[in-house]
Design a protein around this ligand. Structure first.
Ligand code: ZN
Ligand code: ZN
Length: 132
């Protein structure tokens, strides 16, 4: 699917081409803090699928030795998780409007999920990362 997204202030826009429609929720403690709740993430995107405007406003935070988190300097919107080793971006679904084709299929780090909510969709749930 091709998608257009933007941060809250609109200074950062994101165009994506040919994104796989699978959506994953990550319940890990870092995602909970960065996104203020579970991270509903699009499938991995490589740099050549992405067109940013306002890229100079994107602040990257090194949240671990293997990943960065991207946010808008202007409005604070949480934008993406970036995996350094594979150079893949995982964007937050909330930035995008036309997600009619998206399917929510996986939940990861369910061992860290707070007890007060559960999603109703039938998903594959992994205590940590999917075993491959
Ligand atoms: Zn913004
Ligand atoms: Zn996470």
């Amino acid at each position: 699917m091709n998608l257009s997204g933007r941060c809250l202030c609109g200074q950062v826009t994101i165009e994506l081409t040919e994104v796989h429609p699978q959506v994953t929720a990550c319940h890990c403690s870092m995602c909970q803090k960065f996104h203020g709740g579970p991270f509903l993430a699009l499938a991995a995107c490589s740099r050549d699928q992405i067109t940013f405007t306002g890229e100079s406003l994107i602040q990257r935070y090194n949240s671990s030795n293997w990943a960065q988190r991207g946010l808008c300097r202007q409005c604070g919107s949480s934008l993406f998780y970036y995996a350094q080793e594979t150079a893949e971006f995982f964007f937050a679904t909330g930035l995008f409007q036309e997600l009619t084709e998206a399917v929510f299929t996986e939940e990861i780090y369910t061992k860290d999920q707070p007890l007060f909510y559960h999603f109703a969709e039938r998903t594959r749930r992994w205590p940590e990362l999917p075993s491959s």
